[in-house]
Structure formats: C-alpha cells, structure tokens
Design a protein around this ligand. Sequence first.
Ligand SMILES: NC(=O)c1ccc[n+]([C@@H]2O[C@H](COP(=O)([O-])OP(=O)(O)OC[C@H]3O[C@@H](n4cnc5c(N)ncnc54)[C@H](O)[C@@H]3O)[C@@H](O)[C@H]2O)c1
Length: 255
Amino acid sequence: MTAYEKFSLAGKVAIVTGSTRGIGQGIALGLASAGADIVGVGRSDHSETKKKVEEMGRRYVTIQASVADPGADDMIIAKAVEAFGKIDILVNAAGITRRVMAIDIERKDWQDVLDVNLTALFFLCQKAARQFIKQGGGGKIINIGSMTSYQGGIKVIPYTASKAAVRMITMHMCNEWAQYGIHINAIAPGYIETDMTAAMRSEPHRMAETAPRIPMTRWGKPDDLAGAAIFLASDASDYVNGFTIAVDGGFLAKS
Ligand SMILES: NC(=O)c1ccc[n+]([C@@H]2O[C@H](COP(=O)([O-])OP(=O)(O)OC[C@H]3O[C@@H](n4cnc5c(N)ncnc54)[C@H](O)[C@@H]3O)[C@@H](O)[C@H]2O)c1
C-alpha cells in the first residue's frame, strides 16, 4: 500500500455523532467521500446527510437518539454492529453549549452541557474501545474539542470545562488503549459557521473581536474539518495518538 493509499477508508464503518448538521455533518460527508459507510447519530433530521452520503454510493444508517439517553452508548454500538458486523471509526461530534456568564450559570445548564459533551462522549469511547478489543484489530476514535480545550472562552463556562476535559481524557485513553491498537485523537475546531455559533455571530462586538484575530481572516466551514478527520480515521495516521489537532485558521498561533 502506498502512503497515499493509506488515506482510503474503503470498507470501513464510521459512527459519527452529531451527523445531522454542522461539523458532524461535514465530517460524515468527508469520511464517506473517502469510502466509509456511516452510522449517524443525532436528535435532529438526518435526511440531508443521509441523501448526500448515499449519493456518494455509501450506506447511511440513521440512529435518531440523544447520546445522553441512558443506555444510548450500548444501543449505538449494537445497532452499528448489527448493520455492518463491525465498527472501525468513532467520531464524537455531538455537542451543545449554553451562552450564560459564569456569574449567572445555573446547575442544570452546567450539568446538561457536561452530560452531552463529556460524559456521553467518554462512555461512547469506552463502549467503542470494548468493541475494538473484541474485534481484535484496533480502531480509530476522533473526539471534537474546541479552542476552549486550550483557552478560557467567554460566556461558555460548562462548555470550557467539557472541552478542556475532552483534550485531557483523549490523552488518558491513549495511554491505556494504545496497546490494543486503538488510536484516539481529537480535533479542536476554531470558529466555524454552524447553528451553534449563530447566536455568537449575531453579536456584533463578538464578531469584531474574533474575526481580526484569525490569521486566515475568515471563519471556517464544516467541510474545513473533513481533511483532518479523514487523516485521523485512516491508516495514514497510524503513528499519531493522544493528540488534539487544531483546525482553526491559525487562531491558536496568535497571542
Ligand atoms: N461551531 C464551532 O465554531 C465549533 C467550534 C469548536 C467546537 N465545536 C464543536 O463541534 C461539535 C459540533 O458543533 P456544531 O457547531 O456543528 O453544532 P450544531 O449545533 O450545528 O450541531 C450539533 C450536532 O450535535 C447534535 N447533538 C446535540 N446534542 C445531541 C445529543 N444530546 N445527542 C445526539 N446528538 C446531539 C445535533 O443534533 C447536531 O447534529 C460540537 O461538539 C461543538 O462543541 C464547534
């Protein structure tokens, strides 16, 4: 196999949470374009992602669920294995935020964000890892972090707590699971134009602060994440483990 052929995902099966729109959709379409079949997990309408994946000749299995539901992790792995007989890749892109100042945040908002962005993510990693170990051939996990995996953020205190933890537990899981051939990395997107950032983009002073701080002088789009995801999901990244790659237009490079 040539170095370039190692980027192919032909014959691979990828679970992608948050695949219905935004970054998860951009990643699901990217993985499908490289040859993977997709098991999509999300609460909103899957029809657009499903149609686009199928237009590429790949299969798309819909799981309409919240990752935070009790038992969702076991159900997601079981449905993927039932449909395809195995899994090769897990992408944890489902995420939420609550835009409240730290001085005002209520316990429920704090907990809701932690439940989806951290607790559900960890247990899906754990259940996928158990399946990879059972299958015997290793596997690839990609968690979605954020600039707040590195920086404090503003008005997103539980989100910052969750995304900083995502970066650290990705390293921890690497330490324990690399021995099984499991590669677990994260992507830290910069400012990406999705529904999640619509409220922030509607605040002129926040836009005025952020845009000039991006060396590439533009916000990213969901398909800007696809290349890094294909790399981390493929054999091309077989000596990359435990790391969080920023896809941020250079944002973290600027102090
Ligand atoms: N947009 C950005 O600038 C940005 C930057 C850094 C990180 N991120 C992260 O990228 C990921 C995707 O965010 P986005 O901007 O595309 O947001 P989005 O709101 O456009 O999409 C979120 C996706 O997650 C799904 N989702 C949310 N809660 C869920 C739950 N409980 N169960 C199942 N699915 C659920 C939604 O259905 C949707 O598919 C999140 O983890 C987010 O924190 C986004």
